[in-house]
Design a protein around this ligand. Structure first.
Ligand SMILES: *Cc1c(COP(=O)(O)O)cnc(C)c1O
Length: 407
């Protein structure tokens, strides 16, 4: 009880990252949340069992529905996003797909942007249309055309910002207002920003989605997803998920919870290092273009300044010489790990063809305006000067190699 009171008075996001959801009854007074690796929960009193089963009393029945460890994870995210309610999933894609399928029916229309995460894009192009749901995907940077599409009928406006892999920034406040004028629901994938850098519910969103696999967990050791926001909507999505069965595993929930306790520290470091690295890359002669919302040269710099409190740990850049130089540049990086993930303590690099847009064909990637020599670079928590030295030596070698080939 005392802990509950104490946690309520504290309101900084760092304090909430550590303490939110953590207070309450503890098994044997353990400091850390126990991992409840139990599928079921038993009751001797049939009346109590019935009340819990009907949701009239707190408690757990079966872990596909709810689980004590998973509930703590949901509560931490709910608190940090200042949401009414939250529910979790086995992965970020489970969160995205369950949310869309729970809220949409045949005949409904979704408006979204072309630059959503590759898997989300597949849901829009391949799966929703099969169920008679119309999808309108607009140019990400064209707010006027998004507003126009909303005006043509819209049940759900689905946004993502910053986007993947060209790190565009969508004006969430403006588009949420437009959607609400047409009684549409607004969903924002906040994976890249995290609640530390951006709070979509404050900007007008009804629901926020995270792939917890990325920054929330932060250690590339657990898959998970979460949706939070308006309680009536979350209840609907929870009901779909408990039947559909894409539930978060308690062990993963524990790992995500442990990761979240350092979220504010990691994000502060990643914001700082990514800004330094983006400036270094922008000044390098072998770099054609850098995409990072913290750079004044970024197309959406002003919107980013307005709606974000930090610019995030992910940037991308185009190097000279096309995909051939990507193939020589990437293996020369010594610190960055070459993989499809992002948002971890390790710096991770890769081209969109094997990372964010692996689900798309080459033609679809070209149509999405993704340059062939683009590299996505997710900044970890290593020393920024080591990362810059690493990038510098790899960029110089690519250049040396290219000069030799030419001569
Ligand atoms: C990774 C990612 C997802 C999907 O999450 P998984 O946990 O891999 O299923 C959704 N949205 C964004 C922005 C992502 O980066």
């Amino acid at each position: 009880m005392e802990q509950v009171k104490r946690a309520k008075k504290l309101s900084g996001l760092g304090t909430r990252a550590v303490w939110a959801g953590e207070s309450g009854n503890r098994w044997q007074r353990a400091t850390q949340v126990p991992v409840a690796l139990s599928v079921s929960f038993g009751y001797e009193d049939l009346d109590e069992w019935l009340e819990v089963a009907q949701g009239k009393a707190p408690g757990h029945i079966y872990s596909r529905n709810t689980n004590p460890t998973v509930a703590v994870f949901e509560e931490k995210v709910r608190d940090m996003e200042s949401a009414e309610a939250a529910t979790s999933f086995s992965s970020g894609m489970a969160a995205v797909s369950n949310t869309l399928f729970a809220l949409l029916s045949p005949g409904d229309r979704v408006v979204s942007i072309k630059d959503t995460y590759g898997g989300t894009n597949k849901i829009f192009r391949e799966f929703l249309p099969r169920f008679g749901i119309e999808v309108s995907l607009c140019e990400t940077n064209d707010a006027d055309s998004i507003e126009k599409a909303i005006g043509q009928g819209c049940k759900v406006l689905y946004l993502e910002s910053p986007t993947n892999p060209t790190i565009k920034i969508v004006d969430l406040g403006r588009l949420a207002r437009a959607a609400h004028r047409h009684k549409a629901l607004v969903i924002v994938d906040n994976t890249f920003a995290t609640p530390i850098n951006q709070q979509p519910l404050r900007l007008g969103a009804d629901l926020v989605i995270h792939s917890a696999t990325k920054f929330l967990g932060g250690h590339a050791d657990a898959l998970g997803g979460v949706v939070c926001g308006r309680a009536d909507l979350v209840a609907k999505i929870y009901h779909f998920r408990e039947i559909n069965g894409a539930s978060l595993d308690p062990m993963s929930a524990y790992l995500l919870l442990r990761g979240m306790k350092t979220l504010h520290l990691r994000i502060a470091r990643q914001n700082e290092s990514a800004t330094e690295i983006a400036r270094f890359l922008e000044s390098h002669p072998n770099v054609v273009k850098v995409f990072y919302p913290g750079l004044k040269s970024h197309e959406n710099y002003k919107v980013a300044r307005r709606q974000m409190t930090g610019f995030g740990g992910v940037l991308s850049f185009v190097i000279k010489g096309g995909f051939d130089s990507v193939k020589t540049f990437l293996p020369r990086l010594r610190v960055a790990h070459l993989a499809a993930n992002l948002g971890a303590v390790e710096t991770i690099a890769g081209p969109p063809a094997t990372t964010s847009h692996v689900e798309l064909t080459e033609a679809e990637r070209a149509a999405a305006g993704i340059p062939e020599a683009l590299i996505r670079y997710s900044v970890g928590i290593e020393d920024a000067e080591d990362l810059i030295a690493d990038l510098s030596q790899a960029l110089d070698q690519v250049h040396a190699r290219r000069s030799r080939v030419r001569s």
